[in-house]
Design a protein around this ligand. Structure first.
Ligand code: SAM
Length: 259
C-alpha cells in the first residue's frame, strides 16, 4: 500500500483504534527499509511502554499512535539517510536521548551498533533502561549525566564513530556537547527542523574551533508532514582542543557562536 493510501485509510478511521504500525512500516519501506515482524513488535512494545511511563513522568507530548509512528519513530530512522552504510559495531552516542529518540529506533533496525544513550534527567534514564531490558537489546549503555562532563572523561573522549542529537540545543551549543565525544573521522548528526540555515551559519565558528567541518544539510520529508526537516551532518576532522567542552552549563550560557 502506498503512503497516500495509508493516510487515506487513517483519515477515514472507520475501524477506530488500530493496533498495527502500518505508517511506520510503509514510511520505512519508502526509504528502502523493510522492517521485520520482530522489529515491528519491538516498536509496538516500545510504544506501549512510552504510553505507560508517560503517565508517570513527562517523556513526550506526542502520544497518538499515528503521530508517534511518524514524528518519533520515522523521524528517528531518518538519520539513516546520513549514516548508512553504518559499519557493524559502530559506536554511537545519542546526546540528550530523552525518551530514546533517535537512538532506540535506530538500534532496533541496526542491532549491531553499540549505542550509548546519554540523558541528564535520572527519571528519563530509568525509562531508557527499562525499554532496553524489555526489548532485550544488547550493547546498549544508558548513562545519566551531562554531555559536558562526559566529553571531559578520558574513557569517553573521542570514542564514538557517530554522535546524534535531536531537540537538545542550538547547533553551536550542541557542537560543543558532541564533537569532543567523536573520534577524528567520525560524524555528528543533528536533527533540526525547518529553518536551519541561520543556525548553521552561526555555528560555523564553533564547528571549526571544535575540530568539525560541515559536510551537508540534508532535507528529510516525513509522510504527511508538509515541511522538510533537516539533518545537519558534520565530520570530525581534527582533535578537539583540551579546553572544550567547558564546564556544565557554560556552552548554553555562552555559546561559542557569541564569543
Ligand atoms: N532527543 C529526545 C527527543 O528528541 O525526543 C529528547 C529531547 S528533550 C527536548 C532534550 C533532552 O536533552 C532532555 O531530556 C534533557 O534532559 C536532555 N539534555 C539537555 N541538555 C543536556 C546535556 N547537556 N547533557 C545531556 N542531556 C541533556
Amino acid at each position: 500500500m502506498s503512503l497516500d493510501a495509508v493516510f487515506a485509510v487513517r483519515s477515514v478511521g472507520a475501524t477506530g483504534k488500530r493496533k498495527t504500525l502500518d505508517l511506520l512500516e510503509a514510511g520505512a519501506k519508502e526509504w528502502g527499509l523493510a522492517l521485520s515482524p520482530q522489529e515491528l513488535e519491538d516498536f509496538q512494545l516500545y510504544y506501549e511502554q512510552l504510553l505507560i511511563w508517560n503517565e508517570k513522568i513527562n517523556l513526550t507530548s506526542i502520544t497518538g499512535r499515528e503521530e508517534v509512528q511518524v514524528k518519533h519513530f520515522l523521524d528517528s530512522l531518518s538519520c539513516l539517510q546520513a549514516l548508512d552504510p553504518l559499519s557493524p559495531g559502530a559506536r554511537c552516542i545519542d546526546i540528550g536521548a530523552g525518551a530514546g529518540f533517535p537512538g532506540l529506533p535506530l538500534k532496533i533496525v541496526r542491532p549491531l551498533m553499540r549505542l550509548t544513550l546519554l540523558e541528564a534527567t535520572g527519571k528519563k534514564a530509568r525509562f531508557l533502561e527499562h525499554v532496553v531490558r524489555e526489548l532485550e537489546l544488547s550493547h546498549v549503555e544508558v548513562l545519566t549525566g551531562r554531555a559536558e562532563d562526559l566529553g571531559s572523561r578520558p574513557d569517553y573522549r573521542e570514542l564514538f564513530d557517530v554522535a546524534l542529537a535531536r531537540a537538545v540545543a542550538d547547533l553551536s551549543v550542541l557542537a560543543e556537547y558532541a564533537l569532543p565525544l567523536v573520534k577524528v573521522g567520525g560524524i555528528f548528526v543533528a536533527q533540526k527542523g525547518r529553518d536551519v540555515q541561520g543556525e548553521v551559519d552561526a555555528a560555523g565558528r564553533a564547528l571549526e574551533l571544535l575540530g568539525g567541518r560541515l559536510l551537508e544539510i540534508r532535507p528529510v520529508w516525513l509522510p504527511g508532514v508538509e515541511t522538510a526537516r533537516h539533518l545537519v551532518v558534520a565530520q570530525k576532522v581534527s582533535p578537539t582542543p583540551a579546553e572544550y567542552p567547558r564546564r556544565p552549563g557554560i556552552p548554553a550560557k555562552r555559546p561559542l557562536s557569541d564569543l
